[in-house]
Unconditional design. Structure first.
Length: 185
């Protein structure tokens, strides 16, 4: 068993989903955040959910729910900053709309983790900048400085730090639009 903290990014405005709180959008009668946790293997020791809305609802799935430390929905990196501020040791960061993360990806990200680099999933189509394994402490200052410079791009931050790519065999399925929710909305 691997001792790690799962960080779920669920703090966005849901603009591409008509303003819906994406982590709570139902697929097959179950919120996306619940699908993510249900399909996660190996299981985390602790779950921190970054959410700026509906924090009481998210508490049923996480040990801790945190909101951004910055005003104005600064994007997923602001959520990662808030969660890393509460985490310690090895962390796995995933977006709330990743319906069924491949177990091999999770194992490979965690196995390659090091204090010297951030592990980033690369599926056959592209780098997945919000599917990360990292140790909390070494990256907090870099992330804070990046956000303090009014930068928001996850790709941009990863271009400035030491990154170790982790190959994923199949394209990851993120649900970013209501049209992708073909089963139940």
């Amino acid at each position: 068993m691997i001792d790690y903290t799962l960080i779920i990014l669920a703090g966005g405005q849901g603009r591409r989903m008509g303003g819906a709180d994406k982590g709570l959008v139902a697929v097959d009668g179950k919120p996306l955040v619940a699908h993510l946790i249900t399909h996660l293997s190996p299981r985390p020791a602790r779950i921190i959910i970054s959410a700026n809305r509906n924090q009481d609802r998210y508490r049923r799935w996480g040990n801790q729910v945190v909101g951004d430390r910055r005003e104005g929905f600064m994007g997923p990196l602001a959520g990662l900053e808030a969660a890393l501020g509460e985490a310690h040791g090895l962390c796995l960061c995933l977006p709330c709309d990743l319906l069924a993360p491949p177990a091999a990806m999770i194992r490979d990200l965690l196995a390659a983790a090091s204090a010297e680099h951030i592990c980033v999933a690369h599926d056959p189509l592209r780098r997945q900048p919000l599917c990360l394994a990292l140790y909390a402490e070494p990256w907090q200052a870099s992330l804070r400085d990046y956000l303090d410079a009014d930068k928001r791009s996850a790709h941009g931050w990863l271009d400035q730090v030491s990154v170790h790519p982790v190959a994923v065999a199949t394209p990851l399925q993120n649900l970013n639009h209501r049209e992708g929710l073909t089963r139940d909305t």
